[in-house]
Ligand binder design. Structure first.
Ligand SMILES: [Mn+2]
Length: 333
């Protein structure tokens, strides 16, 4: 839990600042984007000059969340421009949904060179202690719930836009209320967001009923590659470069597709192997049981959570599949 003292320090940091930069981890998800948008709205309402910044592109299905086009570092602006103050001079940097240098590519250099205080809002267990003030609550299912706590402590108003952004943050980090982190706090918070104007049906349609035809064809190709092992307890699927070419889908279209195979009741662990242009294989791992897939990923230099992890493996696809199958065999035998 976060001490009242720390909320007070966070509010004081905001109160004495005029110009605030807000960012989150690279490969932004719904929690990262929702928390950025909610804080931007809220701090602008407090009269602050606020600039949001993403460290990599936002997948298409999250693009309804921000009202503005959020610039992307290393794309819309370069790290040098940020360092030289051409994006703005900031007297406070807020980082949401991470506290780890490795998730802040390019931004890390700016962070080291900047003298502005750093405020962290995060719910992850591991971190590099990047903040001068840190609102870290590992019991929170989403960083969006910490944003809610900060708003309440500070007495800042919950608008419809903020409620929608925080609903997205909470709903996506709980897999639309199906992951084991879904507790009563999640549902109570979402009740508040709905009361403040969040529309769950509209949000669900925006998030999950919005595949492009190309992405749907890619999913069909992935499902066609399904292999089951160990009486159906381990599922392996792949997407090849040829699948991308044939369907017209892009790399970001693979996000979350791995979860599809967990509709099979027997599946306790799964892997999705994505062949990259450079020949390496991006491997995503999921567990719905006791297996700790982050341990497997760490063995190959990757990382993640107990239930969701990932790593890069040498190609070709069959080689990568064999490497993971050997590890899974150790676990399930
Ligand atoms: Mn999160």
């Amino acid at each position: 839990m976060i001490r009242t003292d720390d909320f007070q320090k966070a509010v004081e940091l905001v109160n004495k600042s005029e110009s605030i930069l807000i960012t989150a981890h690279d490969k932004p998800d719904g929690d990262a984007c929702g928390s950025i948008v909610a804080l931007c709205e809220s701090l602008r309402a407090q009269g602050k000059n606020v600039r949001p910044l993403l460290l990599s592109a936002l997948p298409g299905w999250y693009q309804f969340i921000p009202a503005e086009q959020i610039p992307i570092l290393d794309d819309d602006l370069q790290a040098e421009e940020l360092m030289e103050g051409r994006f703005g001079e900031f007297d406070l940097i807020i980082i949401v949904d991470t506290n780890s240098c490795s998730q802040l590519p390019k931004f890390e250099e700016y962070l080291k060179s900047s003298t502005a205080p750093v405020l962290i809002l995060d719910h992850h267990v591991t971190g590099d202690g990047l903040g001068d003030v840190e609102l870290t609550d590992t019991t929170a299912a989403a960083t969006g719930l910490i944003v809610l706590d900060l708003l309440k402590y500070a007495g800042w108003e919950m608008t419809e836009k903020i409620a929608e952004a925080l609903f997205v943050a909470t709903a996506t980090d709980t897999g639309w209320f199906q992951f084991s982190n879904t507790d009563s706090r999640v549902h109570r918070a979402c009740g508040e967001f709905i009361d403040a104007g969040a529309k769950p049906t509209r949000i669900y349609d925006n998030l999950y009923h919005n595949f492009s035809h190309a992405r749907f064809k890619l999913m069909a190709a992935m499902l066609g590659s399904l292999e089951l092992h160990f009486d159906g307890r381990y599922a392996a699927m792949h997407v090849s470069q040829r699948d991308f070419e044939r369907t017209g889908a892009g790399y970001s279209d693979t996000e979350n597709l791995i979860n599809e195979c967990h509709r099979i009741g027997t599946v306790k662990a799964s892997a999705l192997f994505v062949e990259l242009k450079d020949g390496r294989i991006r491997c995503s791992l999921r567990s719905r049981g006791s297996m700790e897939v982050n341990v497997i990923a760490a063995g190959f230099g990757g990382g993640g959570h107990r239930m969701a992890a990932g790593t890069y493996l040498p190609g070709p696809l069959e080689n990568a599949k064999r490497l993971i199958l050997d590890e899974i065999t150790q676990e399930l035998r």
